[in-house]
Design a protein around this ligand. Structure first.
Ligand SMILES: Nc1ncnc2c1ncn2[C@@H]1O[C@H](COP(=O)(O)OP(=O)(O)OP(=O)(O)O)[C@@H](O)[C@H]1O
Ligand SMILES: [K+]
Ligand SMILES: [Mg+2]
Length: 676
């Protein structure tokens, strides 16, 4: 984990949050939150009644009214404080990002020459040159050259990364620094639309929109508020008819206790904090909706190489087949790899060196390099003398040899199956119609994968490993890692097909990817997590970007999403059930004021009607700040099925919601009663 993880709270965040709590009192902003808006209106009415007591006819108890006013005011301020605190961390992060967004001078390539222009003048399509020590002036793609780039400004990771033209590592981000060599970059964004700009507005929450889930919950809370408003308003004439005198501040107190202020006050903080938890994890979520969707995922599509395994597949043995000898196999394995820059290709040459094997590289001179492609699953070289050398997935090379009329040695299958059964990847090596043997590529499953997949299973999430590798290797790794299902020999388009199939069954699907060919699948998936090291296309298609480029992080992201949904559910349950105790405190008290004989209703044995009402109101207010840490950190989370979680949470937060306020109100009453 990078050093970017920050302390939960700093003094300055708290200070700003206090100030913002008052700014947020602005009724126009408050209307977005109907529950708290009703409390604010009530607060104003009670204030007016305290200032102009005579105006409202009946004799008023100014002391009581003023006390109610202050408690209500603090209820609103506490809710504002919760939201402001949740926003605070993002704002602090945005500020530090803005500092890194200084004016950069760009070397723009114009008619073959270089013109110095400020980076703010760069437009999409402009070409710039960036040399050692210089900052990259904008987001773009390397079109020429190779350089190592320090991306710590955005990732917090100090080790430089290699960026090169072509392939999946060509995207660069403005504000990062070239530490060696020189690259030519084509700018891909107009000013104000860069990755850092988007990141700033994301963490600032400027574009934060309510998620579908939040909107649904808000509708429920608003309905409850309206219902209780009607109940309380109709209560007044009824009481009047019965000649029970209920003052407006008492009715407002009743209303505020009845409506779901706890969740109403914390709802937006829970959402912001959920997104923030993802950000602290060095994953940028493009929307709250994406984080929420990750909490509802049913199916997860994972790569084998690099996600489940370490991904540095290394050549570890050469196994000749048929009549071929070891020396010839080594020679052709090396020649097929001289220009293969993939980790697999490089590992073949490293293996040769380590084993003290040599090869004649003049054979390859002038040959035409055949780049590895996921579609062909082969790489190699067409030699100048007309011979064609290939290495690749066994079935692909076999077909290639057969197509040229070559015979397949009888021991090929058995030998390649042996490698695959051990979880290794066999690569066959052939020259024209002759198959020489196998390269044994070794890769290891990352530690702890089985436990993680067990957890996902407990959450009810199905995992599917998609790999270009052969079925036997895939089966071995799938078994070793403990994934539920696998698809072998899959081409990039197969991923999209799997996603569509699952979605057709009504499931939500998550996947990770980094290549341009992953982009359609990333866009199709409900949660698409792109690697920051990946291509611009992948990053634009995805709805999340992992700055650390660790594809297995999708597992944690899903856990954070689940936790967000759970926290919201748990606090809603708590909020609605904690109102129950307030009815018991406040309703008997209201009637006892008018009819002292009703004292029998005082089941909680509270000091006096007035102290009962005030205690219920005070509890209603302070429960909000008391629950802020839970709203921000999220409820404790154990992987289990949604049904079980619901049961468990109803039990803890439902029952807790009923019991805690009885105790709380009673304790507050003991203190308040002494004062009045
Ligand atoms: N440099 C290479 N040259 C030749 N063949 C290769 C090379 N790299 C991989 N292969 C073969 O092509 C197959 C497909 O590779 P691809 O990268 O599409 O998938 P993968 O890495 O095996 O699986 P995953 O989808 O899990 O990353 C590999 O299983 C291997 O047999
Ligand atoms: K309430
Ligand atoms: Mg791969």
């Amino acid at each position: 984990m990078s050093a970017k993880r920050k302390k939960l709270l700093t003094g300055s965040i708290v200070k700003h949050a206090v100030k913002d709590s008052f700014i947020k009192l602005n009724p126009i902003a408050m209307m977005k939150n109907p529950v708290m808006f009703v409390v604010e209106v009530g607060t104003l009415i009670v204030l007016l009644m305290s200032i102009f007591p005579g105006y409202f006819g009946t004799e008023e108890d100014i002391g009581f009214n003023l006390t109610v006013f202050f408690i209500l005011l603090f209820t609103v301020l506490f809710a504002n404080f919760a939201e402001a605190l949740a926003e605070g961390r993002g704002k602090a992060q945005a500020d530090s990002l803005k500092k890194s967004k200084t004016q950069i001078t760009a070397n723009k390539v114009v008619n073959g020459g270089i013109k110095l222009v400020p980076s703010t003048e760069l437009r999409k399509g402009d070409i710039v040159a960036v040399s050692q020590g210089e900052m990259i002036p904008g987001d773009g793609e390397v079109i020429e050259g190779l350089a190592s780039v320090d991306e710590s400004a955005i990732t917090g990771e100090s080790a430089p990364v290699i960026k090169e033209a072509g392939g999946d590592f060509n995207s660069v981000t403005g504000g990062t620094r070239v530490v060696s060599d020189k690259i030519i970059v084509r700018i891909t964004n107009d000013p104000g639309e860069s990755f850092i700009d988007r990141m700033i507005s994301l963490v600032e929450g400027a574009k934060r929109q309510k998620t579908p889930n939040e909107i649904a919950l808000n509708t429920l809370l608003t309905s409850l508020t309206i219902i209780f408003l009607i109940v309380v308003i109709t209560l007044a004439p009824i009481a009047n008819y019965l000649e029970i005198e209920l003052t407006v501040p008492v009715l407002i107190s009743l209303l505020v206790c009845l409506i779901p202020t706890t969740i109403g006050g914390l709802l937006s903080a829970i959402g912001i904090a959920g997104m923030d938890r993802v950000t602290q994890f060095n994953v940028l979520a493009m929307s709250g909706k994406a984080v929420e969707a990750s909490g509802d995922i049913n199916t997860m599509i994972l790569d084998k190489t690099g996600t489940i395994t370490f991904g540095n597949r290394m050549a570890s043995a050469l196994i000749p087949v048929g009549a071929a000898g070891g020396t010839a196999l080594a020679e052709w394995a090396a020649i097929s790899s001289v220009k293969d820059e993939t980790p697999e290709g490089r590992s073949v040459l490293e293996f040769m060196k380590k084993q003290g094997l040599s090869y004649n590289d003049t054979v390859a001179a002038g040959g035409e390099f055949i780049e590895f492609k996921a579609e062909t699953r082969m790489s190699g070289i067409d030699l100048q003398d007309g011979r064609k050398v290939r290495k690749g997935a066994v079935d692909a090379v076999r077909k290639w040899v057969e197509a040229q009329g070559g015979a397949i040695p009888g021991d090929l299958s058995a030998k390649s199956d042996d490698i695959a059964r051990e979880g290794g990847t066999p690569l066959a090596v052939a020259v024209d119609a002759q198959l020489f043997g196998l390269i044994y590529l070794k890769d290891t499953v990352k530690p702890g994968m089985r436990e993680r997949f067990d957890q996902l299973r407990k959450m009810g999430i199905k995992t599917i490993m998609c790999t270009g590798d052969n079925p036997l290797t895939a089966a071995t790794i799938a078994r070793e890692a403990g994934v539920d299902d696998f698809i072998a020999e899959s081409k990039p388009e197969d991923k999209i097909a799997v996603i569509r199939r699952e979605q057709a069954e009504g499931k939500l699907v998550a996947m990770t990817g980094d290549g341009t060919n992953d982009a359609p699948a990333l866009a199709q998936a409900d949660v698409g997590l792109a690697m920051n090291s990946g291509t611009t296309a992948a990053k634009e298609a995805a709805n999340m970007v992992d700055l650390d480029s660790d594809p297995s992080k999708i597992i944690e992201v899903v856990a954070i999403g689940k936790q967000l949904l759970m926290t919201r559910g748990a606090l809603t349950t708590f909020s609605i059930s904690n109102d129950v105790a307030k009815y018991f405190a406040i309703i008997p008290a209201m009637f006892t004021i008018a009819i002292p004989q009703m004292e029998a209703l005082n089941v909680m044995n509270l000091g006096s009607p007035i102290s009962a009402i005030l205690s219920a109101l005070i509890f209603n207010a302070i429960i909000i700040p008391l629950l802020i840490p839970l709203a921000m950190k999220g409820v404790a989370y154990k992987p289990m099925s949604s049904a079980k979680l619901l049961q468990r949470n109803l039990f803890i937060y439902g029952l807790g919601g009923v019991i805690v306020p009885f105790i709380g109100i009673k304790l507050i009453d003991l203190i308040v009663h002494v004062w009045i």
